[in-house]
Design a protein around this ligand. Structure first.
Ligand code: NAD
Length: 365
């Protein structure tokens, strides 16, 4: 891998993170990059992530074994077309876009199937830009790879190895399956979260009591409503057929449970929560997949000065690191005033044991 030459078009959060990860793993790899911002390219050159700054899409990109398209999805399609005249026999273009259908269809229209392997790293953050990129971003995240029918098998295997070198978990599927899956587990949840927040905003009381006491479950399920409007506008519209189909199914499901609630149907309402709860609890956690489990305990404390410091001291004395700590103000359906989060399960169980010895009421969920 060390003798590969890799090009990047777009060097923001995702492009920058992939480039940094490659350079850390294979210091002799040659990386060239083109991006809208010259400042970004200068920074990446100074911190030795890239070796060559490109001021245009030109024949130098033809010398790359892989070219990563890392600009917003619709621009990736435009750059694919600009790149076409410079591609050599061995050039492979890959992209990191969150939706795969349109770019694959553009690849087919341009006759570039033998030069293209789609990709989607399922990692990111609400922040963007090269300044927020880091070489560890992709670790333990799925990285979906969508070859075309004509993608050379040896190059797909090599790309899989490159993806593995970033710490990501490669998963190969076709682009239609990718777009169907992400509509259900990513795009629909974003639309639901955003619509739910907007509903509460519109239906709040004049004194905004909903906003004041919204917490716990509401915050959990709406966290992703704070995602970038630019990016999610693009993603929803790029995957509109899959998204609107599953949105129709979801509206049907809501209408159906609404009918059961109106009819006072005890069994149907119970069964919804029972079946969903069982399925939710069966989702993979850290030990079997990339969904990271939260290791938290909840603890009752009395409201007096130094109460949190006492707990922090007990844990520090026992060499247990706290990742996050905070008071839960709305504890309906929840026990424990104080939430304390740890890096791993062992720390959370040890913390619970030590605090119980000091007569604290501790809940592990
Ligand atoms: P970003 O804003 O951090 O980076 C985008 C990069 O593209 C920047 O370097 C920017 O300068 C460059 N760019 C924008 N317009 C350009 C233009 N006209 N010409 C040249 N360069 C231009 O965004 P990001 O989060 O890195 O997203 C990039 C891609 O990664 C998108 O296709 C997105 O779908 C995909 N993706 C993002 C995430 C995420 O969570 N952020 C996750 C998976 C995939």
């Amino acid at each position: 891998m060390n003798n590969l030459t890799i090009g990047f078009i777009g060097l923001g959060l995702i492009g920058g993170s992939i480039a940094k990860s490659f350079k850390a793993k294979y210091p002799d790899i040659k990386i060239m990059a083109y991006s809208r911002s010259k400042n970004t390219l200068d920074k990446a050159f100074e911190d030795k992530t890239i070796d060559i700054i490109l001021d245009d899409i030109d024949e130098r990109l033809g010398g790359c074994d892989y070219i990563f398209l890392c600009t917003p999805v619709s621009l990736n399609e435009m750059f694919l077309e600009k790149l076409r005249p410079f591609l050599h026999e061995n050039s492979i273009v890959t992209d990191v876009g969150s939706v795969k259908g349109n770019i694959h269809r553009r690849v087919e229209a341009l006759g570039l199937e033998a030069h293209f392997i789609g990709g989607h790293p399922m990692a990111g953050s609400e922040k963007s830009g090269y300044d927020n990129s880091n070489g560890h971003l992709l670790e333990n995240a799925y990285y979906v790879i969508t070859p075309t029918d004509a993608s050379p098998k040896a190059r797909v295997d090599e790309l899989i190895a490159l993806v593995k070198s970033t710490g990501a978990i490669p998963l190969v599927t076709d682009y239609n399956t990718h777009d169907y899956i992400v509509a259900g587990i990513s795009h629909l949840p974003h639309v639901i979260a955003a619509s739910l927040v907007k509903l509460v905003k519109d239906k709040d009381t004049p004194s905004k009591l909903m906003k004041q006491i919204a917490a716990g479950g509401f915050k959990d399920i709406t966290r992703i409503a704070s995602s970038s409007p630019d990016m999610w506008q693009q993603i929803c519209l790029e995957n509109k057929d899959n998204l609107s189909a599953i949105l129709d199914d979801y509206i049907d499901a809501l209408n159906s449970i609404n009918d059961e609630i109106k009819a006072g149907s005890h069994d149907a309402v119970y069964n919804l929560f029972e079946e969903s709860g069982e399925y939710r609890n069966s989702l993979p956690d850290k030990s079997s997949g990339p969904i990271k489990k939260r290791h938290a305990i909840y603890c009752d404390i009395i409201d007096k000065a130094g109460a949190i410091a006492t707990i922090a001291t007990i844990l520090a004395v026992h060499q247990i690191n706290i990742k996050n700590i905070g008071i839960i103000h709305n504890r309906e359906f929840e026990k424990g005033v104080l939430s304390i989060e740890f890096e791993d399960e062992e720390s959370s169980l040890n913390a619970a044991e030590f605090l119980r010895k000091f007569q604290y009421n501790v809940y592990v969920r």
